[in-house]
Write a protein that binds this ligand. Structure first.
Ligand code: ADP
Ligand code: MG
Length: 431
């Protein structure tokens, strides 16, 4: 089981090529279980936590069944939120990169429906939508589901929590009986079991046990920091490790707002997301973060759930999360795709008890680290400047600058003193 490779799946060369472009070396546990079953045409219930690669687990079987010459919708993927629709559409687009003329369309509320209708009319193979908007299209008769062969219910538990049960059932009833139905969910509560009974055919229940979900490549540390010291500790760590992309979790919306304000006032490019913000505000922030316009995203657990942010160097727990599962979810945002990620947790006073619980639950090694002192920071900053100087001396054309410094030396200034003064000035202006 362990040595299953993407090449062992009966999938087309185009998709194999795309997978290798995406940098995936081997299928994740849920992919190993779900892909062969789904390729056989079976209905499945895929149960695994966030961040375990469920999108690819259904994306590959969905794509394998698409007949591109037929330009009517053949697969529909339902997701709980607009962000997830966009994200899943992006991942499917990458997987289908080498499938010529493949058309994938995300449809969600908030976007002008006219535009969606125009694209639908031109022909789309895979629809990725929120239940509300999909139903809207069905009722307007702008979406024809008679050719649907695969339905995916992604993050099914989340969709039910959001009150989409009736919409989902209506949509399912509009699709052909002979369809394949793939359901993915982190948890399988009773209402989901009911749906699977009513709408799936002998589904295989594939479950990934929790222990396998903690990504081993995450180095986990905690810092003892009293509430009043947390901001200072955070900024020191951001500076000293020269962190360019960080996700910071707070336990409440108010603390998110407050931390964003504090970071901005200290000159960091930060923004926040939480449940009180309007959907389009959240989209804006997420886009800024994905496009490197901001370096630090501050979030609550709920707002961040299901959002995939690739390449986060570090996840900070500004507060110790109230339950251990949140911890696992949070830190799962780093260390993706085989890279080493870091998780830093600030622990104030009695929060240490919560951390111990987390440690017990996750069996993770969370090591204590000292908050860097001013002296450490100074040393590291100076080293960074020295590296830049060496780099510049070796690679830049300094003719103009040489002439200017020479003119100073003509005034009897010593070259060593000039260089030292420059270092001092640069350090001052960096502070
Ligand atoms: P889930 O839906 O289970 O929360 P995602 O499908 O969003 O998880 O995948 C999480 C991340 O893992 C994404 O960035 C995805 O590109 C990446 N990923 C998926 N499959 C693999 C794999 N086989 N190897 C490495 N990274 C993968
Ligand atoms: Mg997912």
């Amino acid at each position: 089981m362990d040595d299953i490779n993407f090449n062992d799946f009966k999938i087309s060369k185009d998709i194999k090529k795309a997978i290798s472009d995406m940098g995936f070396e081997e299928p994740s546990p849920i992919q190993k279980l779900a892909i062969p079953e789904a390729l056989e045409g079976n209905d499945i219930i895929g149960q695994a936590q966030t961040g375990t690669g469920k999108t690819v687990a259904f994306g590959i079987p969905v794509l394998e069944k698409i007949f591109v010459k037929d330009k009517s919708p053949q697969a529909i993927i339902l997701c709980p939120t607009r962000e997830l629709c966009i994200q899943v559409a992006g991942e499917i687009g990458k997987l289908g990169n080498y499938i010529k003329n493949l058309k994938v369309l995300p449809v969600y509320g908030g976007q002008p429906i006219g535009r969606q209708i125009r694209v639908l009319n031109k022909g789309v193979h895979i629809i990725i939508g929120t239940p509300g908007r999909v139903l809207d299209h069905i009722e307007r008769k702008t979406l024809d589901l008679t050719g649907i062969e695969t339905v995916v219910l992604d993050e099914a538990d989340e969709m039910l929590d959001m009150g989409f049960r009736e919409d989902i059932e209506k949509i399912l009833r509009h699709t052909p009986k002979g369809r394949q139905t793939l359901l993915f969910s982190a948890t399988i509560p009773k209402p989901i079991k009911k749906i699977t009974k009513a709408y799936q055919k002998n589904p295989k229940h594939l479950k990934i046990a929790k222990q396998e979900m903690i990504v081993p490549e995450i180095e986990q540390f905690y810092f003892q920091a009293r509430e009043k010291m947390k901001l200072e500790a955070l900024t020191r760590i951001l500076d000293i490790y020269d962190i360019n992309l960080a996700l910071i979790f707070c336990n409440t919306k108010r603390r998110v707002d407050r931390l964003v304000r504090d970071l901005k006032s200290r000159g960091y490019s930060a923004d926040g997301i939480h449940g009180d913000m309007k959907q389009n505000q959240r989209d804006k922030v997420m886009n800024k973060f994905r496009n490197d316009k901001i370096e630090i995203l501050v979030a609550t657990d709920v707002a961040a759930r299901g959002i995939d942010v690739p390449d986060v160097e570090v996840v900070f727990n500004y507060d110790v999360p109230n339950n251990s599962e949140y911890y696992v979810h949070r830190i799962g945002r780093t260390g993706r795709a085989g890279k080493t990620g870091y998780a830093f947790t600030f622990v104030a006073g009695r929060e240490i008890n919560n951390l111990r619980d987390i440690q017990r639950y996750t069996k993770a090694k969370i090591k204590e680290k000292k908050i860097p002192s001013y002296k450490d920071i100074d040393k590291i900053k100076t080293n960074l400047i020295l590296d830049n100087i060496k780099e510049s001396v070796e690679h830049d054309n300094l003719t103009k600058e040489n002439a200017i410094i020479e003119s100073l030396m003509d005034e009897e200034y010593d070259s060593l003193d000039i260089a030292s003064a420059l270092l001092k000035i640069v350090k001052k202006s960096n502070n």
